[in-house]
Design a protein around this ligand. Structure first.
Ligand code: SAM
Length: 401
């Protein structure tokens, strides 16, 4: 029996795959676009949904474009690269609005704003897989929904320094240990590239890499980040993103004693920008290396008013009888979660700015906060990850008397 099916694509799902229906069943179709008719090969499916791979696009969408990358068809890194950039952004805005309503269980949200930059050359932090050795290193990304390595020669979303590093490693001009199975690289001060090579279990092959830092100047503030710690990955949008995140927080804090709490502060990207503007800053972060970097940044910059504590956010809040009235949160993808939301509801900060890289967990948590009394005054989508369904979001909440 043929498993080829003729599908009309309805929309894209939050994960980025297109969605069609077949005999009442949902079919996820990676790399198809809304409105298209495609001939697709149906994978053996579960009861309520299945997956199908495009064999031929029978009626292409006017939004389909030639991807500006040699490897786009095989590489899993940029699953939306064949989609016009403006259309990708419209889709992200719709997905976010839908998730806020559905998962946030709140009908009315502000109209979502958009901050967007270049589609190519933006990536300042990257992880490559390293495979078998030829004349130089074989480097690349995972194939779609697989652990297989797709070798890449050029990757047009990379910042020039990382593209150069990739070429040098492939050509053997920059040495990579042969037992390397992955490489983490990022742009360092002055546009150079720094990297760390890792073995089969993810262990750094140079034990000193755990203590290495890279420097970046952001909004006029020179910051150090641990080479192996969290760093924002879009260098093109970074300044505008940080400006949006800190915008108005200092005047809000000044009206009430001047103190700002940055929960999940990492190495202090937002915290130190705020401290440099004059805020009394309290940062909380679980990762020791990030806290060391945040503290040494504060000392080097002479920002004596900034304090950073190593702690789990939930435990720290649970032990607090009061917190500053202006709070910034930027949790990992898993979001704040019920326990942190419960503590925030108990402590009732007047201004709560929620930064997130996951629309679903943000919608869940922000929805709970709105139902607990905060008013959402502004939401912006920051397109930090063009050509993928990923997005960064900044959402403002306020308690009104
Ligand atoms: C999305 S990053 C944000 C970092 C910082 N705002 C930045 O932009 O560089 C999330 C941070 O939360 C930290 N983190 C994860 N779980 C945590 C927890 N339970 N308590 C405190 N910090 C945590 C991670 O180490 C990471 O630095």
């Amino acid at each position: 029996m043929s498993n080829l099916v003729d599908l009309r694509i309805e929309r894209v799902a939050p994960g980025g795959d297109a969605v069609a229906r077949l005999d009442g069943r949902v079919v996820f179709v990676p790399r198809a676009l809304p409105g298209e008719r495609v001939l697709a090969r149906l994978a053996p499916g579960k009861e309520r949904w299945s997956r199908a791979d495009v064999v031929e696009v029978l009626e292409p969408s006017p939004e389909r474009v030639a991807p500006p990358c040699l490897h786009a068809e095989r590489c899993g890194g940029c699953p939306w690269m064949h989609w016009d950039l403006a259309a990708q952004r419209r889709a992200k805005l719709e997905l976010l609005a839908d998730q806020l309503r559905r998962l946030g269980k709140v009908e009315e949200w502000p109209t979502i704003g958009l901050l967007a930059g270049e589609g190519l050359g933006w990536r300042t932090r990257v992880e490559w897989l390293a495979g078998a050795w030829r004349s130089g290193a074989v480097l690349g990304y995972r194939a779609p929904k697989s652990h297989d390595l797709v070798e890449v020669e050029r990757c047009p979303i990379l910042a020039p320094a990382l593209q150069e590093l990739l070429a040098d490693m492939r050509g053997g001009a920059r040495a990579l240990p042969r037992q390397a199975r992955s490489v983490q690289a990022c742009v360092d001060e002055g546009g150079a590239a720094a990297f760390s090579a890792h073995g089969p279990a993810g262990e750094p092959l140079d034990a000193r890499d755990g203590a290495r830092v890279v420097r970046r100047r952001v909004a006029g503030v020179e910051m150090e980040f641990p080479l192996l710690g969290f760093q924002q990955g879009n260098g093109d949008l970074l300044e505008r993103f940080v400006a949006r995140v800190v915008d108005g927080l200092l005047p809000a804090a000044r009206a009430e004693g001047g103190e700002v709490l940055d929960l999940y502060c990492g190495s202090g990207l937002f915290a130190l920008t705020l401290a440099a503007e004059g805020a009394l800053l309290l940062g909380v972060e679980a990762d020791r290396a990030a806290v060391r970097a945040a503290r040494s940044n504060a000392t080097r910059l002479g920002l004596d008013s900034a304090r950073v504590e190593v702690a789990d956010a939930r435990a720290w809040l649970a032990e607090s009888a009061r917190i500053p009235p202006v709070v910034l949160v930027d949790p990992p993808r898993t979001g704040l979660g019920e326990a942190v939301v419960r503590e925030l509801v108990r402590l009732r900060p007047r201004v709560l700015r929620h930064v997130s890289c996951d629309a679903a967990t943000l919608a869940r948590d922000a929805g709970a906060l709105v139902r607990a009394g905060w008013v959402c005054t502004r939401v912006d989508l920051v397109d930090m990850f063009p050509h993928t369904a990923h997005m960064e979001i900044v959402l403002d909440l306020e308690l009104r008397p």
